[in-house]
Design a protein around this ligand. Structure first.
Ligand code: SF4
Ligand code: SF4
Length: 316
């Protein structure tokens, strides 16, 4: 058992190391916060609890890197313009790829790198640590197509499919982030922080070291404005108490006054992923993030999102 002073020093050194290597937000959650918590009392699915990876786990460190505003917004704006070097039919995949590289891959790799550095540090001081990929896993399974892996909803005669599908991450960094006091879930099913709104990516490190926890968020961060759900042309984000969209994530009531330690909303990943099939005019992914007013208003937005925000502002 680490004494209080040792625990303070270890926490400070791990946080300093994370920041020095590029984490901008760092928080610590004690293990008790992974027990079901009010108001939604969601239980961690089996195989995804910190103790599933490290039986003596005591703390989870959550780290985040922001997405720069032009990285999020410019691809969406440029995909709607006529451009000299990019013919129209290539614009959408081109800018999706740009966003995927500098709005996903960079942070994914860097956060994994930072997690490894923190894990090594803890290990060197006699503690165990478990680290994770930043995003979901896409396993190859014999007898299943890529589509099965992605979508796999239960349907008659297809009992081999899981209702959770198969591309989830091995550990929820979003749930670790809210439990580490870094932020709150929004109606978008994305975690919002005061600093960057929904514009960051998270990763987590599980350790058996006893670290000093950070306080949970006590004031709402999500404005409950609903712009994220309005902006989604696929209508794939719904509240978990929406009686029209029932599934394993449904709950009777979402208390809109409570802090969203667990998510109040759910996203249909199949609809989101297939947005181009459903709507050939669909924008570069991320409108639910782009439109969110938390974290500062963006300087450049596609016209459709600007109109949604202007209408909301004029009604306030
Ligand atoms: S990325 Fe686009 S399609 Fe997917 S949930 Fe967000 S707004 Fe909807
Ligand atoms: S757009 Fe509004 S409701 Fe949606 S996450 Fe942001 S603040 Fe919350």
């Amino acid at each position: 058992m680490t004494d209080k002073r040792g625990s303070n020093e270890l926490t400070a050194s791990a946080k300093e190391l994370a920041r020095r290597h590029g984490a901008v937000l760092v928080g610590v959650a004690p293990l008790e916060r992974f027990d079901p918590m009010p108001p939604l009392y969601d239980a961690v699915p089996s195989g995804h609890h910190p103790r599933d990876y490290l039986p003596d786990a005591r703390s989870v460190i959550s780290i985040a890197q922001p997405l720069m505003n032009p990285v999020v917004d410019a691809p969406a704006v440029l995909a709607t313009r006529e451009l000299e070097m990019i013919p129209e039919h290539v614009r959408y995949p081109y800018f999706e790829a740009l966003y995927g590289e500098v709005g996903h891959l960079v942070q994914d790799y860097m956060l994994e790198f930072i997690a490894q550095i923190i894990g090594q540090h803890l290990m060197g001081l006699g503690s165990e640590a478990m680290i994770f990929p930043t995003t979901g896993l896409h396993p190859h399974v014999e007898g299943m197509t890529d589509l099965d892996i992605w979508e796999g909803p239960p349907r008659p005669g297809a009992e081999k499919f899981s209702p959770f599908r198969y591309t989830f991450g091995p550990f929820s960094h979003r749930h670790a982030a809210t439990r580490s006091g870094l932020g709150e879930f929004g109606y978008s099913n994305v975690v919002l922080t005061r600093e960057f709104g929904p514009r960051q990516r998270f990763n987590s490190i599980i350790t058996d070291a006893e670290l000093v926890p950070d306080p949970l968020v006590t004031e709402p961060i999500c404005l409950r404005c609903g712009l994220c759900q309005k902006a989604c042309i696929m209508e794939c984000i719904t509240m978990r108490d929406d009686p029209a969209v029932r599934d394993y994530r449904s709950v009777e009531t979402v208390d809109r006054e409570a802090i969203f330690i667990d998510t109040p909303a759910k996203t249909d990943p199949t609809l989101c992923r297939r947005r181009r099939e459903g709507r050939p005019d669909s924008p570069v992914r991320g409108d639910c993030v782009r439109v969110c007013p938390v974290g500062g208003r963006s300087k450049q937005l596609p016209e459709r999102l600007r109109q949604i925000i202007d209408a909301w502002e004029s009604e306030r």
